[in-house]
Ligand binder design. Structure first.
Ligand SMILES: [Zn+2]
Length: 472
């Protein structure tokens, strides 16, 4: 037995093989409900190619084979597993340990191995290699053991989605009035009450403007969810999707919630009532594709894309893409203004989603590009004031060019930047509505975002859809 184990441990490149197996199995477990077998085979093929290349390259150095293997192992570990390791540590340590710290640590280890190989080529790496192999084998075993529970979770989730969808179609609303509707989300805009209480900030000129123009706003508006996916799902389905699933990654969660948003009750209702849909958002709605891919909500979730996104290179690529946020926000605003001004034949529903004042806060209060990428509180308030300016422009434009329309300006959740009052601050949202007097559409002071379209449909179809609380 002992001989068998040592024969097994002494296999060349075994640590690399196990690392690759672990990466595929754990990614597969993360993404279990979204991958097809062809995709898995494609990814496996790519890794077999990497392995063959390593087998050819490593002996060329002809020095210390075990040492070269450890070096290759470290490199692959940094590229493939470090972001996974980081996202686990991140949860536990409340985000205190950054990916760059881990990158520094493992980069340092990498340099030590290079030093050993160069200046002490006779160093034995056998013990280290055995240790790595044992740990990896153990991790692979754990990943395989949890597969049945993932299948169980997946089936449970399917049932929960079915129930959610079934209830949805019990409600069908015929609208007698069909004004154009513009719904604009300012992502992560903390509501007025939260700004006042936790930021000690009040944009008095904006609040005065809203009051003099008699615009209905909910000072204490709330969301029952603290994140974009769940909040937008509740908004357009008139209720939360409550489920027990512990998603292993944001990509899998995104996959589920995006579908619920795409086929949401509000969108279907408006379609059935003859509305044309204009989509300026980060989600697909009905048959209208999203305006752009907001990289941090992982929209590309085929298995190869998933594997790429989870790697270090994928993470760096997302950061690089994030630079487009500023540009896309500006494009959306100008498209939105065009939608307001253009003559319409059928009623139009426009959903625009701005990643503002969500970080990175690219603009100062006057709309100058400053490109701030840190979580800076002054920068957040600056961009928030710019959002207020945009809102005034939109309100003026709608009043002038499309006075019979409904304009809803709202956020999906607060900033979440005040750890001491996280729950209170993040659940307080922006919520205001501009509508012609004839519709008598007003927000109650303690509006909850999942009730938004209950108020709208009640006004447009003489319904009395009951208003719910977060606990219902
Ligand atoms: Zn959001």
């Amino acid at each position: 037995m002992k001989e068998k184990i040592s024969f097994f441990l002494s296999r060349q490149l075994l640590s690399i093989v196990l690392l690759i197996i672990f990466f595929i199995v754990s990614s597969l477990n993360d993404a279990l409900w979204l991958s097809s077998i062809d995709e898995v085979l494609f990814v496996t093929g790519v890794f077999i190619l990497i392995y063959i290349i390593l087998i050819k390259v490593i002996p060329l150095f002809n020095r210390n084979l075990a040492g070269m293997e450890i070096l290759a192992f470290l490199l692959l570990f940094i590229i493939l597993l470090l972001p996974k390791l980081h996202s686990n540590i991140y949860e536990v340590s409340n985000g205190k340990i950054k990916l760059s710290y881990l990158l520094g640590l493992f980069g340092f280890l990498f340099l030590i191995v290079i030093y050993q190989l160069n200046f002490k080529p006779k160093t034995s790496f056998t013990k280290l290699k055995n240790y790595i192999i044992t740990v990896l084998a153990l991790f692979i075993l754990i990943e395989i053991c949890i597969i049945p529970s993932i299948f169980k979770d997946r089936n449970l989730l399917k049932t929960e989605i079915l129930n959610f969808e079934k209830n949805k179609f019990d409600a069908q609303f015929k609208l007698t009035k069909k004004p154009n509707i513009y719904h604009i989300i300012f992502d992560a805009y903390t509501g007025f009450d939260g700004l006042d209480r936790y930021w000690q900030f009040r944009d008095t000129s904006f609040l005065n403007y809203l009051r003099t123009e008699k615009i209905s706003f909910a000072y204490n508006a709330k969301t029952c969810n603290d994140n974009t996916l769940e909040s937008i799902t509740s908004l357009f389905n008139l209720k939360s999707f409550n489920n027990e699933t512990k998603f292993r990654s944001l990509a899998t969660k995104s996959h589920v919630y995006r579908k619920l948003i795409q086929k949401a009750l509000v969108i279907e209702t408006l379609m059935e009532n003859g509305y044309t849909i204009s989509n300026l958002s980060i989600f697909d709605i009905h048959d209208k594709k999203r305006y752009w891919d907001f990289p941090w909500l992982d929209p590309n979730i085929s298995f190869p894309q998933y594997c790429f996104n989870q790697s270090l290179i994928g993470n760096l690529y997302k950061n690089y893409q994030s630079r487009n946020i500023a540009n896309n926000n500006l494009l959306i605003i100008s498209d939105l203004k065009q939608k307001v001004q253009v003559k319409k034949t059928s009623p139009l529903f426009t959903y625009a989603h701005l990643i503002m004042p969500h970080t990175p806060n690219n603009f100062d209060k006057d709309g100058n590009y400053i490109g701030n990428i840190s979580n800076d509180k002054d920068a957040y308030i600056g961009e928030l004031q710019y959002c207020n300016k945009i809102m005034i422009e939109l309100i003026e434009m709608v009043k002038k060019d499309d006075p019979s329309a409904i304009l809803i300006l709202q956020s999906d959740h607060g900033s979440g930047m005040i750890p001491s009052n996280y729950d209170m601050e993040v659940s307080n949202i922006l919520s205001l509505v501009v509508a012609p007097d004839s519709l008598q559409l007003e927000w109650p002071d303690s509006m909850i975002n999942q009730n938004t379209y209950k108020h709208v449909f009640n006004a447009l179809g003489q319904y009395a859809i009951p208003i719910t609380s977060c606990q219902d």
